[in-house]
Design a binder for this molecule. Structure first.
Ligand code: GLP
Length: 244
């Protein structure tokens, strides 16, 4: 794993956006694997700034997102489709038909997963996959488990994830209890993976992801087995004890 230290979340966002811009400039039809959550927001803001300055052309870029809540429509302001439109897609020249997320409104879990797997196959493995990190070590919505999942599946979210995500919803009851997520196997197919981690509350889990044993109980530890992972983290998340 290569570790890049940024001063704060703004600097982390600039570093990650810079890597993405270089990729798109070298390969205009790049496939980007995108993530939601609060962590990548600074990266998306910087990508929008770069686009407005004429430094990136997204017209041939394709995107696939990691996950979507089951039961939320694209118009629901807590759905990940809404988030992606609002944070990034509506502000750049990407073609909406080139942006993909699992279909949160598909009630038949099996059907939703088959459909998204077909989409991932058609688009091809991401050149760059962005990941945030859950407090329990989840990536996408691959929660701690006794196996590493391979493909897109429907997950029951853990209490800790429901609790962590409840900050975005009016009441606890509004937080979806299930989601569709790319599997760990699909994530590992990306050529380059960028794990973005910010904030002191992620310090312990980041330490474990980098140095701990590889095990499905802490899903992100599998990233140690990938040939090209870049961890971009701020001072607060890295602390002093993580050696670079
Ligand atoms: C959610 C998302 C993850 C994200 C995680 C961390 O559960 N499904 O993809 O990485 O939250 O979120 P945050 O970046 O807000 O800490």
């Amino acid at each position: 794993m290569k570790i890049i230290r940024g001063k704060d979340e703004r600097e982390v966002g600039r570093i990650v956006a810079g890597i993405i811009a270089d990729e798109i400039n070298a390969k205009p039809d790049a496939v980007l694997g995108l993530a939601t959550g609060s962590t990548p927001i600074c990266t998306y803001e910087e990508l929008v700034r770069k686009y407005k300055r004429g430094e990136i052309d997204f017209s041939k870029v394709c995107t696939v997102n990691l996950d979507e809540y089951k039961g939320l429509s694209p118009e629901n302001n807590q759905s990940y489709r809404f988030f992606m439109n609002n944070q990034l897609f509506d502000h750049i020249n990407i073609k909406k038909e080139n942006t993909h997320l699992p279909d949160g409104l598909e009630e038949d879990g099996e059907k939703a997963c088959i459909k998204y797997e077909a989409c991932l196959r058609q688009v091809g493995a991401p050149d760059i996959q962005l990941l945030g990190l859950g407090l329990n070590g989840h990536i996408g919505f691959n929660e701690p488990s006794n196996v590493f999942s391979k493909t897109t599946h429907c997950v029951d979210l853990t209490e800790s994830t429901i609790e962590a995500n409840s900050r975005f919803f009016a009441t606890m009851d509004d937080v979806p209890k299930q989601a569709y997520t790319m599997g760990i196997g699909s994530i590992m197919k990306a050529r380059t993976i960028i794990l973005i981690v910010t904030g002191a509350k992620k310090r312990d889990i980041l330490h474990e992801v980098i140095n701990g044993d590889v095990r499905p109980e802490v899903p992100a530890t599998i990233l140690q087995m990938h040939a090209d992972v870049i961890v971009v983290a701020d001072e607060a998340a890295l602390g002093d004890e993580i050696e670079i």
